[in-house]
Write a protein that binds this ligand. Structure first.
Ligand code: TUI
Length: 315
């Protein structure tokens, strides 16, 4: 169904499918399920206290013997702790997000840890390649959470043309059609977040999963542009109030305070009105909760079948 490529070889995995690192969502249970299913599961350090992250990193070894990743969110005040925990636990792969990962690569690459930054522009991709990144995740603005400005379609093709390290496409991909499209643009792997929120093994609140399943193509909105940190979420009272505060030129400190704790409220408490329900634009294609391994097989199987169908159309 899928022969190996540079991404599967680099990560020592069966299918070039990476699970997006979602703060509060991507814990050892979800990451282990994805890794055991042949993809790369990724634990999101997010703003986790170091003791909690230490426990997740110990736990995943008890759940799977397959490679996994740790995502370090560079905006987090605890990102240096996460870096040292990656070293201490001998994490095989580290992905980074929301910033420039020069220091992370400098510390981890000499130890043989594969560092794959999420980037949102060609310039970022070129910079991290020079710094020693093993591959890049090109994340388009269709993605959920903190995003850049370029779409996956435009970003993937231009990044793949600009750098010779493998490109993994992210943002707006939730099925085999998306995977095949990404490969047509020059990607050699995909990263999916929203689809994996609806994995059976994902511990996000049931309300969160239901919200994604009920969403359509127009369900998300981007707030936080005035803060310099645009974030895509499902529209609700929280995003409406946040947008109104931004329109009223509310001070950044006050907006930050208003946003704080809201992702936890959505993921852990299941508050779909006052929480920050981060989701990608592709939520409308996510139709059910199913095991992570089944998601991977379905996506790769569909891409593989479709590749044959499309090849026929071009004969
Ligand atoms: O990081 C993400 N997605 C995230 S992080 C997050 S937690 C958060 N919550 C509220 C506000 C901010 C963050 C939720 N979702 N994706 C990876 C990603 N990285 N998207 C965009 C970027 C990025 C942006 C700018 C990477 C590098 C970059 O460089 C700018 C610079 O020059 O520093």
């Amino acid at each position: 169904m899928f022969s190996s490529n540079r991404v599967t070889k680099l990560l020592n995995i069966r299918y070039p499918v990476i699970q997006g690192a979602m703060a509060w969502v991507a814990d050892a249970d979800l990451a282990a399920a994805v890794s055991s299913g042949g993809g790369l599961g990724v634990i999101a350090a997010g703003n986790m206290p170091p003791e909690a992250l230490d426990r997740e990193l110990a736990k995943i070894r008890t759940l799977t013997d397959k490679p996994f990743g740790l995502n370090i969110m560079l905006l987090s005040p605890t990102h240096s702790d996460a870096l040292e925990l990656a070293v201490r636990h001998g994490v095989p792969v580290v992905t980074t997000g929301a910033g420039m990962p020069g220091k992370v690569i400098e510390r981890l690459a000499p130890l043989g840890i594969t560092v794959i930054p999420v980037i949102a522009s060609v310039a970022h991709a070129e910079r991290v390649k020079k710094q020693g990144a093993a591959a890049v995740i090109a994340e388009g603005m269709e993605a959920g959470g903190h995003i850049g400005e370029i779409t996956t379609m435009a970003l993937t093709a231009q990044v793949a043309a600009a750098v010779d390290i493998p490109v993994i496409a992210a943002g707006g991909i939730a099925d085999g059609r998306g995977m095949l499209a990404a490969f047509a643009l020059g990607a050699e792997g995909i990263q999916m977040g929203t689809r994996f929120v609806c994995a059976s093994e994902c511990n996000a609140h049931g309300n969160f999963k239901k919200k994604i399943i009920e969403a359509n193509d127009r369900s998300t909105v981007v707030t936080g542009r005035t803060l310099g940190h645009p974030v895509r979420c499902i529209k609700n009272k929280f995003t409406q109030l946040f947008a109104e505060m931004e329109d009223a030129h509310t001070e950044i400190a006050e907006l930050d305070k208003f946003g704080s704790g809201k992702l936890r409220a959505a993921v852990v408490d299941g508050d779909m009105e006052h929480g920050s329900v981060m989701s990608g634009q592709i939520a409308g294609l996510v139709g059910k909760v199913q095991p992570a391994a089944e998601i991977i097989l379905e996506v790769v199987g569909e891409a593989s079948r479709l590749a044959g169908v499309i090849a026929g159309r071009f004969e």
